[in-house]
Design a protein. Structure first.
Length: 71
């Protein structure tokens, strides 16, 4: 498990509109090059913010990404 990678992806989702658009279109493809465990990848694909937080995602970042938890 990589807390750094999880939080880096959360930060990109918050700050990088192009990455966010790719993620919204096809999360699995947007995460293809990310160094994630299968559990981390599945949590992002499922938009499971609780699980991402459990896997090391900073709660502040998790909660600051508009609309992500609503999927």
């Amino acid at each position: 498990m990589s807390r750094y990678e999880v939080n880096s992806l959360l930060y990109r989702l918050k700050k990088d509109p192009e990455f966010r658009a790719r993620f919204d279109r096809d999360a699995r493809a947007a995460l293809a090059d990310a160094d994630l465990t299968e559990a981390e990848r599945e949590a992002f694909v499922a938009h499971d913010m609780r699980r991402i937080n459990e896997l090391g995602g900073y709660l502040h970042l998790v909660m600051s990404i508009p609309g992500l938890a609503a999927h």
